[in-house]
Every structure is written in C-alpha cells, then in structure tokens.
Design a protein around this ligand. Structure first.
Ligand code: NAP
Length: 265
C-alpha cells in the first residue's frame, strides 16, 4: 500500500500537471533569506522548487520543511554560475510542471573584503558579478519560456539598498559609509538589468521588480544585521505574490519609510 509521501507526491504531480498549483523557483534557498522565503511561499500553497548549488544542503533544507508538514517542496540543484546546472534545473522543472509562475533570483555573495574602489582586483570584483549579476541574467534567460506560460509571470530580483546610487549620494543616509567596489556595484548592475528586462517584457504581463530584503542577520554578514530572516522573507514574499495589477520595473525596500516602500534607484 502506498505511504503518505507517495500519496502527496502523486497528488502534487497531478496538480502541477493541471496547473492548479502555482510554482516558484528560489535560487540559494538552502539557507537564510532564501530558505525562509521557501517556507513562507510553501505555507501559502505554492509548489516550491528549493534551489541549492549543493544537492545535499538542498535536500536537507527541503526535508526540514517537509518535517513541518510542508510536503509541497522539492530540492533542485542549481549553481547560478554554471550554465549546465541551470539548464538541468530548467529541464527538470519543465518535465515536472511545464510552467514556472515565479522566479526569485536570491542567490548572492558579498565577495572578499576589503572592497576598496582604488585597490580591489578586477578578478575579485568579477567573481561577485558572476554570481549577483551574470548569474541573475543566466537563470532569468533560461526560465523565461517557462515563465511565459504562467498567467502572471513574476520575477523577484533580490537586491540590496547598497545598490541605490541615489542613496549612496546622500550623506544623511544611514548606510552612506558602506561603499563596496564589488557588492554594491553588482547590485546596481542587477538593478539596471531589472529595469531593462521589465521594460522589454511589460506587454507580456510580466511583473519584474528589484527587492531589497533589508539588513538581515544571516551568514552573509556574520549575523550582524538587525532584522530577522522572517521579516526579510515576508518582504520578498509580498512581491512574489503580485497579481496582474502589481507594479513592474520598480525597486522596493523595507528601509524606505513611505506607504509603498518604493526606493530611488
Ligand atoms: P547567505 O546567508 O549568504 O545565503 C546565500 C545563499 O546564496 C546560499 O544559499 C548560497 O549557497 C547561495 N549561493 C551563493 N552563490 C551561489 C551560486 N553560485 N549558485 C547558487 N546559490 C548560490 O545570504 P542571505 O543573507 O540569505 O542573502 C540572500 C540575498 O539577499 C542575496 O542576494 C543578498 O545579496 C541579499 N541581501 C542580503 C542582505 C542581508 O543583510 N543579509 C541585505 C540585502 C540584500 P551556499 O549555502 O551553497 O553558499
């Protein structure tokens, strides 16, 4: 007799095939903000493809969510710096659900320190751009055809407040001294790509935005951030859930204290 796991797996396969369940791929979801976003979207009934460059870490993370009763999660190997790995992930998701409703480009690295504009080597800067900028582009391009099959295709590019040139020009901004030659610049470039892509795909109904999760306690910053992963992921999740009336080509941050949290570029 089939066990509960087999029953749920067969049931989800049927729902995915019939496109009744919305699907999301989150890169770098084996821990921290990506993992918590996976949890929150699974709780909202999405089928979550939990991306991890290391399959063991991804499987362990998916098992943690399954142990919480969230059976609608599956680990997928995806290294955003490796085109073969991205293509394998695309083929896997295509064969499983034939559509992708939401892509969250969350995987990101800070890069080596210090990040002096006058001294940091371009080799080190390139490594950060490979993940944060080119990784976002390669993953996005690979999944566009599957996203186009969604009713309202959504892309969330997880950025940082440190990508805002306007804020970097304001001496009264609280993160004004945090100038980084690789990390901040890679997020500025990712923001620029977000604007260009959103414009190109606006007539196809895409909702594509740059979302800063805010300064959050994770491995990324040795847990120095003041915000929790729950708070950061709730902000990211809000923009993953956009419908046809939602904004596109915008930049949002929980640090911007206005009604809609829209950030200047
Ligand atoms: P984190 O704790 O360092 O986690 C980063 C995730 O990205 C990990 O799962 C990591 O995988 C994955 N990753 C790195 N390189 C990858 C690659 N080449 N392919 C696939 N996955 C890769 O960072 P976080 O704090 O959760 O940050 C998530 C996102 O939020 C990043 O884009 C970051 O820039 C942004 N952000 C964070 C903060 C903050 O204060 N934490 C603030 C603003 C923006 P491994 O476990 O295998 O290393």
């Amino acid at each position: 007799m089939a066990n509960d796991a087999d029953f749920y797996s067969a049931n989800f396969a049927l729902q995915l095939k019939n496109k009744e369940m919305k699907t999301v791929l989150i890169t770098g979801a084996n821990k921290s903000i990506g993992f918590e976003t996976a949890r929150q979207l699974a709780q909202k009934g999405y089928f979550v493809y939990l991306g991890s460059r290391d399959i063991d870490n991804g499987t362990k993370a998916a098992s943690r969510l399954k142990a919480e009763g969230l059976a609608n999660v599956e680990a997928v190997t995806i290294d955003v710096c490796n085109k073969a790995s991205i293509e394998a992930a695309r083929k896997f998701i295509e064969s499983k659900s034939g559509v992708l409703d939401v892509l969250i480009n969350n995987a990101g690295i800070l890069g080596s320190q210090p990040q002096s504009a006058s001294e940091m080597s371009t080799d080190e800067i390139r490594k950060v751009f490979d993940t944060n900028f080119f990784g976002t582009i390669d993953v996005t391009q690979a999944f566009l055809a599957l996203l186009e099959k969604a009713e309202v295709p959504v892309i969330v590019n997880v950025t940082s407040g440190l990508g805002s040139l306007t804020l970097h020009s304001d001496p009264s901004w609280k993160y004004y001294p945090y100038k980084t030659a690789a990390y901040g610049t890679s997020k500025t470039a990712q923001n620029a790509y977000t604007v260009v892509l959103a414009h190109e795909l606006k007539d196809k109904g895409f909702k594509i935005n740059a979302i800063d999760p805010g300064y959050t306690a994770t491995d990324f910053n040795n847990h120095s951030g003041p915000n929790s992963v729950e708070y950061a992921a709730a902000f990211v999740t809000k923009y993953a859930l956009l419908d046809a009336d939602g904004p596109t080509g915008k930049y949002f941050s929980p640090d911007i204290e206005s009604e809609n949290n829209e950030s200047p570029w």
